[in-house]
Design a protein around this ligand. Structure first.
Ligand SMILES: Cc1cc2nc3c(=O)[nH]c(=O)nc-3n(C[C@H](O)[C@H](O)[C@H](O)COP(=O)(O)OP(=O)(O)OC[C@H]3O[C@@H](n4cnc5c(N)ncnc54)[C@H](O)[C@@H]3O)c2cc1C
Length: 491
């Protein structure tokens, strides 16, 4: 089990903003929770008092404050701008928008997660290939501060240094990640006022409302492309990755009126599909039946109105590649269209099954999700190939953003396997933090955040610049150290 310090745990429910204010005034160290889908905070173990936090001096008491009872409200402010309050989930927001002829630009795979939790963790998900992560869409954030007052932060206002806080050295350190379009580097981007609440995981206050850009609802079509197993050679994975880059909106902004052509390109490897074949859910088994065994699958979400155009491009790409290479030929019958429901059903089932299986075994997550710059995509697969040799594992995720999730699933009884996975991950994080080969830039925090499980890796990522800024932000926004005091800002 992680960490060492014992903490006395209490749980409370927050039903309205007055109750929130009252709780904040107690100044008791608190983690404010929403849907509890975080994969880097093992809520079940914490609640059963089976998780021991890494010590933060003086913290002997901790409250888990449930925000899911906060009254929910969604209001359409103007075309393509929505305001929401309380613990609205992504699914609730998507259904509300659908009735207005609108749609989400951010699509985290688990729609039961809350939108405000998504803001706190800088969620990205499937559509960030087309629209960037949640940060690119947030216009305003309202949060309750340590005095119990609601403050409003705007994207339109840049964060300026003052006598106490200098943002410049920190911004300079993250500039290269920005340039290469990383969704989230090792520490939150700090450019606009609203960034203070995005990706800071509730360590500076409690988010109570946001205003967010959305987009027009368009009809989508879904393709699956069957590929040979990536670990046996990833020629086609690389070629298709390169082909898809022409559809990526690198500026992370929807500047045009036109809908993007490709909204998402999501990957499930053959091992992930095998895992689903053992599912006890009828719906999953029904969908998986359509897929041949021993193949990886790449799913594409495409604007239906541009389907013919896209299909022609895809076929031309396949023909060209097949003509160029005698060695790697892929027949067109590997491309099939599928219903939207099947895509979503299979895509979400993989991380859910892994998370549930870990929780049942009492094993904390043994995995990571690395995002690399596009030119490093082949190196990313090579690196995961090394990991695959260690233990049973699964590879899936946001293919075209060069951002793939890798998870080991060791048995709880196999201490040797668990420590091999831990050792691999520790060495991996160290290598990435020290910017050693194979990547100059790589982020193991592109989504999900740091939580408490990844905190042990952070020491190598944060130099003086990060630590100094975090301390000053905590001094200003959390002087009593009551907001998620076990988070990454308090190493
Ligand atoms: C199957 C599965 C798929 C997933 N897919 C994705 C994905 O595609 N993209 C992605 O980004 N993530 C994904 N995640 C991770 C997870 O859903 C996100 O981290 C999510 O944003 C957490 O939202 P939540 O409501 O569950 O928050 P919780 O898990 O309850 O809390 C997460 C963190 O947010 C803080 N927090 C929550 N609400 C507030 C608030 N109102 N104010 C301040 N802080 C707050 C908490 O203190 C905590 O630090 C996935 C998880 C699972 C299990």
């Amino acid at each position: 089990m992680e960490g060492i310090a014992e903490v006395k745990l209490e749980q409370v429910r927050i039903c309205d903003l007055d109750a929130l204010k009252k709780h904040i005034h107690t100044r008791i160290p608190t983690i404010y929770t929403a849907s509890k889908t975080s994969t880097v905070i093992p809520f079940e173990l914490i609640e059963q008092e089976r998780f021991h936090f890494r010590p933060v001096a003086t913290i002997a008491r901790l409250v888990l404050a449930d925000l899911t009872m906060l009254p929910k409200r969604i209001t359409l402010l103007e075309n393509c701008l929505v305001r929401l309050e309380g613990a609205v989930t992504w699914e609730e927001l998507r259904l509300f928008l659908k009735e207005q002829g609108l749609d989400l630009k951010v699509a985290p795979t688990d729609e039961s997660a809350s939108v405000l939790g998504g803001v706190a963790t800088a969620a990205s998900g499937e559509r960030s290939f087309a629209f960037g992560n949640v940060r690119a869409q947030i216009v305003a954030v309202e949060f309750m501060d340590y005095k119990g007052e609601v403050q409003r932060l705007l994207r339109a206002k840049k964060l300026h240094s003052d006598a106490l806080i200098d943002f410049v050295p920190y911004q300079q350190k993250l500039a290269a990640y920005h340039q290469h379009h990383f969704k989230n580097p090792h520490a939150p981007y700090m450019e606009y006022e609203s960034d203070l609440m995005i990706g800071t995981e509730g360590q500076l206050g409690v988010i109570v409302a946001i205003e967010m850009e959305v987009t027009s609802l368009v009809d989508h079509s879904y393709f699956a492309i069957m590929l040979p197993r990536w670990e046996k050679g990833h020629f086609w994975h690389q070629q298709i990755f390169n082909f898809l880059q022409q559809f990526c909106r690198k500026d992370n902004k929807d500047n045009t009126e036109e809908a993007p052509l490709v909204w998402a390109a999501e990957f499930l490897d053959a091992n992930s599909l095998t895992l689903l074949r053992m599912s006890d859910q009828e719906s999953v088994l029904k969908c998986i039946d359509n897929f041949p065994p021993d193949q990886d699958v790449l799913f594409l979400e495409v604007t239906s109105a541009a389907l013919d155009d896209f299909y022609d491009k895809l076929i031309a790409f396949f023909e060209n590649e097949n003509n160029e290479s005698n060695e790697h030929v892929l027949s067109m019958d590997r491309i099939m269209q599928l219903p939207c429901e099947d895509y979503h059903c299979l895509r979400v089932a993989v991380p859910r099954t892994i998370q549930e299986s870990n929780a049942r075994k009492g094993v904390t997550k043994k995995g990571t999700d690395l995002q690399v710059a596009a030119h490093d995509f082949p190196k990313l697969l090579d690196l995961y190939l090394e990991a695959r040799k260690i233990e049973e594992s699964y590879l899936f995720g946001h293919f075209a953003s060069a951002h793939l999730h890798f998870n080991f699933t060791p048995k709880s009884s196999d201490g040797h396997a668990i420590s091999k996975c831990d050792q691999f991950l520790e060495e991996l994080y160290k290598k990435i933090a020290l910017k050693k080969d194979p990547f100059v830039l790589c982020s193991p925090f592109a989504e999900h955040g740091v939580g408490v499980l990844k905190k042990k890796f952070m020491q190598d990522f944060y130099g003086e610049v990060e630590q100094e800024l975090f301390k000053k932000l905590k001094d200003r926004y959390d002087p009593y150290r009551q907001f998620f005091p076990h988070g990454f800002m308090s190493l």
